[in-house]
Design a protein. Structure first.
Ligand code: ADP
Ligand code: ADP
Length: 226
């Protein structure tokens, strides 16, 4: 469904991603893993054109993403990041409902979707009326994931989504994500520097180092390869 062909990105003279080719199948949970600064986030952001590649080509369902308007592209991809990025002066309900409302869903469908997502992420339905700063870090992160899922995107892009959490909450949310992946069959591309997280979550791992892919395969393949 997503194909990167010999993609490169430089920031000024600094190469961030070099000659990257990658194929992501529909329904796959692909984890981009590697040390800080190895080009994972840049790769993820090239998929939704928050970053434009300098060379190469990215295809979505066979179509060059440069031929799609960025808004149309981003509607097809939910995006969840470590800093969560909830709007502090909006309630949880409004934060989660914002994408479906922008997409023009009827109001009763939006409300039902918010209720459904709170349940899916195991959040108290009462939280709908609260503001982000009234929730714990883990609860905010769950709301961030709910918001990324709200418009029912084909693809979920996640950049260190559990990065700032304590270990127990982190494991909880990792389990939740696996469940959502299994239930929805959504294509998920997730960035982490945590190798254990990658081994636990990934259908396939793509290992980055210094802007290049150095290995890829299933967790079992990577662990048993000589
Ligand atoms: P990772 O996600 O693996 O930590 P990044 O994709 O964020 O790696 O960064 C890859 C390299 O590009 C790093 O050396 C980083 O400092 C650099 N970089 C990332 N974003 C920018 C930017 N906006 N301007 C300049 N350099 C950047
Ligand atoms: P994360 O690893 O959580 O993605 P980063 O520290 O890599 O966070 O990046 C945070 C922001 O700073 C991003 O917008 C990124 O593009 C930018 N950035 C990262 N490295 C550089 C750099 N060397 N110069 C300028 N901007 C950068």
């Amino acid at each position: 469904m997503i194909e990167l062909k010999a993609v490169s990105k430089n920031y000024g003279a600094h190469p961030a991603v070099q000659d990257l080719s990658l194929h992501i199948a529909t329904g796959e949970l692909v984890v981009l893993v590697g040390p800080s600064g190895s080009g994972k986030s840049t790769t993820l952001r090239m998929l939704n054109r928050l970053v434009e590649c300098d060379q190469g080509q990215i295809l979505l369902g066979g179509q060059d993403i440069r031929t799609l308007p960025p808004e149309a592209l981003r509607r097809r991809m939910g995006y969840a990041i470590q800093s969560v990025g909830l709007f502090p002066h909006w309630t949880v309900e409004k934060n989660i409902g914002t994408v479906p409302r922008l997409l023009g869903w009827p109001e009763d469908k939006v409300r039902a979707r918010v209720v459904e997502l709170l349940a899916l992420l195991q959040l108290d339905p009462q939280f709908a009326r609260r503001y982000p700063n009234e929730l714990s870090g883990g609860q905010q992160q769950r709301v961030g994931v709910a918001r990324a899922l709200a418009g029912d995107p084909e693809i979920l892009l996640m950049d260190e989504p559990f990065g700032a959490l304590d270990p127990v909450t982190r494991v909880d949310l990792q389990r939740e994500l696996m469940r959502i992946h299994q239930l929805s069959g959504k294509t998920i591309v997730l960035v982490t520097h945590d190798i254990d997280e990658a081994l636990y979550l990934a259908d396939r791992m793509v290992v980055f180092n210094a802007g290049r892919v150095v290995q890829q395969g299933t967790p079992l393949e990577l662990l048993t390869r000589p």
